[in-house]
Design a protein around this ligand. Structure first.
Ligand code: KIV
Ligand code: ZN
Length: 500
């Protein structure tokens, strides 16, 4: 792997299942770890750090299961410089160990209450032990960015002599800067073993530092999906891969088209939401509202998109609000199959901006309603709610019953769910299922005011076939607001279908 960096293949070690799982509140079970590991393998990462064998019995069970999957990627565990840790890694049938020793005097003295010689001795001893038992060793210097470089080098050299195949430089508290990362890795690149870079994002520099280290000669980047990890998190997998690919013209083995899917998976299983403005995988990364931008996008998407959304498995989204312009409204109307004159378009735009000025995001259903009013083509809703009941409590499975009229024909159905909202939506979907196959793709709720009587706004994306539409419901009752949003979405989808 050595010395290839920007001129050859950059290797990726994913530590979502170890450092990523150290995010406060995250604990993945065996099935979840396996699911993520399979997806990481299919994505093309070289090494999966599946956890830390010292953590618990449950963790070891999960790591054993990942190792038994027969994945293409190397399966690795974090271990301390202790032979008993290596024994646990052997019990789990892993390929390699990420053997971590503190290397800064701060860590050696304050955390370990030890000295440089003892750290050196245990690093060598445990490396020899792991190698003698057939494990690949990546010897890692914790807090390397605050360590004395000659000492760091001496421990790396001793580790190589003891059999370590790879080394790792950890910027444990994210204090590295890109210039230093480049210089340090240029100096370390004369070592007779490849060096990985492991960064944290305390100052928002993890991706820049990782890329600079790779430019300096690092052979492998340690990353996590969505950049999850303790404090500010780790270097984000998707940012490094896309920066290398799009800004430096460097290919990795990562299938970039699967980046969004794995981001969603990890967010769902860890319960850690992705910030809307997060690079590459955030909700807004390929969403446009400003009229001037949409005007440019229509001419050439490169005007306001550095990469095609499809490159990372995403789709472009145009949303309407107070920044909307003629082009964006025209484009959105066209998507809804609505044609209008210039004068009517101006009126629709002005009403969209009016709604946007009130702080509202304008949904497809809102736009359709506005257009119908302006064009005087209002239509009767196809689906009407006639009766609705929901029951829930500490000893009852949340259950809802619904009577709706679809084009005048009554349908009566019941549904259960994890909560009353879920039960209500399931009941509606069951009632409508004999007529149309409607899916709920997204559900989002915002409290507009505070307190237990807060006004809530519910946003949904409903889909039928390959068509999807956004709709909204609002009120003091979250269940009724959800029902309203779902029915509005269904009505609008059926309207679109009828209009062809
Ligand atoms: O950031 C760090 O230093 C680490 C080590 C424990 C490898 O995650
Ligand atoms: Zn770390």
């Amino acid at each position: 792997m050595r010395g290839i960096a920007l001129f050859g293949k950059v290797h990726i070690l994913d530590t979502t299942l170890r450092d990523g799982e150290q995010t406060p509140g995250v604990s993945l079970n065996l099935e979840e770890k396996l699911d993520i590991a399979r997806h990481l393998d299919a994505l093309g990462v070289d090494v999966i750090e599946a956890g830390s064998v010292v953590t618990s019995e449950g963790e070891r069970g999960a790591m054993k299961a990942v190792a038994a999957e027969g994945l293409r990627a190397e399966i690795c565990s974090y271990v301390r410089a202790r032979t008993e840790d290596v024994d646990l890694a052997l019990e789990c049938d892993l390929d390699s160990v990420h053997l971590v020793v503190p290397v800064s005097d701060l860590h050696i003295r304050s955390k370990l209450r030890s000295d440089r010689d003892s750290v050196m001795r245990s690093a060598v001893e445990v490396t020899e032990y792991a190698r003698a038992h057939g494990l690949v060793v990546e010897l890692s210097g914790e807090d390397a960015s605050r360590a004395d470089e000659p000492f760091l080098r001496s421990i790396y050299l001793a580790g190589i002599d003891a059999g370590a195949e790879r080394l790792c430089y950890c910027d444990t508290v994210g204090v590295l800067v890109p210039e230093k990362a480049f210089e340090v890795f240029s100096r370390l690149s004369d070592l007779p073993a490849p060096v990985s870079v492991h960064c944290h994002d305390d100052f928002g520099m993890a991706t820049a530092n990782t890329v600079s280290a790779l430019r300096g000669g690092a052979a492998m980047a340690h990353v996590t999906v969505n950049g999850i990890g303790e404090r500010g998190g780790n270097t984000s997998l998707e940012e490094v891969v896309m920066t290398l690919q799009s800004l430096y013209g460097i290919k990795t083995e990562i299938r970039s088209g699967d980046l969004y899917a794995i981001s969603r998976l990890v967010s769902r299983l860890t319960g850690i939401p992705v910030a809307p403005n997060k690079a590459i995988v955030g909700e807004n990364a390929f969403t446009h509202e400003a009229g001037i931008h949409v005007h440019g996008l229509i001419a050439d998407t490169a005007t306001y998109e550095p990469i095609h959304p499809e490159t990372v498995g995403r789709k472009r989204r145009i949303v309407l609000g107070k920044h909307a312009g003629r082009s964006s409204v025209e484009l959105a109307l066209r998507e809804l199959g609505i044609e209008c004159e210039k004068r009517e378009l101006a009126e629709i735009l002005s009403r969209v901006k009016e709604l946007g000025d009130k702080g509202k995001r304008v949904t497809d259903a809102d736009l359709q309603t506005i257009a119908e009013i302006v064009l005087s083509i209002q239509k009767e809703p196809k689906v009407k709610l006639e009766e609705f009941t929901v029951v829930c409590g500490n000893r009852a499975t949340p259950t809802a019953s619904v009577k709706i009229a679809v084009n005048g024909t009554e349908m009566l159905e019941a549904g259960t769910g994890v909560g009353p909202v879920d039960a209500a939506i399931n009941a509606i979907r069951r009632a409508i299922s004999g007529v149309r196959d409607v899916r709920l793709e997204e559900y989002h709720v915002d409290a507009i005011t505070g307190g237990t009587s807060a006004l809530v706004e519910v946003w949904v994306t409903m889909a039928m076939g390959d068509r999807s539409i956004t709709a909204r419901g609002a009120g003091a009752d979250i269940i009724m607001a959800s029902v309203e949003a779902v029915l509005e979405g269904i009505n609008r989808l059926m309207q679109l279908e009828e209009d062809g």
